[in-house]
Design a protein around this ligand. Sequence first.
Ligand code: PKZ
Length: 211
Amino acid sequence: MLDADAELIDERIAVTGDLVATVRELMTAAATSELAPEELEAIRGELAVLAARLAERSRPTPLRQHLDLAAIDRVRAGASWPLWRHNPLAIPLDVRVHDGVASADLVPGPLYEGPPGSMHGGLSAAVLDSLLAVLAQVQRRRVVTVGLQVSYRAAIPLGAPVRLVGRIVGTEGRKTTAVGEILLPASGPGQPETVAVSAEALLVEIPGAPD
Ligand SMILES: CCCCCCCCCCCCCCCC(=O)SCCNC(=O)CCNC(=O)[C@H](O)C(C)(C)COP(=O)(O)OP(=O)(O)OC[C@H]1O[C@@H](n2cnc3c(N)ncnc32)[C@H](O)[C@@H]1OP(=O)(O)O
């Protein structure tokens, strides 16, 4: 690949990441705005123009930053991995892997709501699944999830920080078992974090290099 092509791809990845981050802010603002109906209708019209402009040239699926072997080496050296940066429907996570433990911080926003005031269980499952799949990938295993068992132990309030952690507990042939948790902050100094959600994933290696 020519240097100029690589630069263009890097620029597209950066600019699209920023664009999608702004679209996420827009999604929250649109869903929660209490402006007057006529103002909302005017904004909808402006946004429809922008959506049509973006769609003038498009790709079939979201831009994707590949967790390839070079990126895996960076993550193993301490860099975080910006998962789902380019898909506004997914929950973005900066995944770190240290001493075999994957972790990420998250503040569930208004759009993550399931039961009133707390995070949707399917989204909790999705973020843990993503974290554990990245962890396996960082072990240079290209995997898909074939099973995910989730236990919901405490509600996760919206707007407050939580921590995700995951680790691999076994590998057998193509199969990897990994466990993860979503942790609520300790209620005070010296208190433990509370496990709000725990999950066990069965991941199966598929052919091909990690991507
Ligand atoms: C694409 C790139 C990946 C990138 C990864 C990371 C990238 C960056 C992060 C992305 C983060 C988001 C990623 C989220 C992860 C998903 O959401 S993945 C999407 C949901 N999962 C799927 O679509 C998987 C669908 N299933 C399949 O495609 C096929 O079942 C598979 C996995 C290819 C396996 O089929 P197969 O190659 O014919 O192998 P098979 O012999 O059936 O199974 C192999 C072994 O697994 C066992 N097994 C298979 N299925 C099951 C099951 N359901 N229950 C229990 N055991 C099972 C078998 O019993 C067998 O065990 P052994 O006999 O070896 O002991």
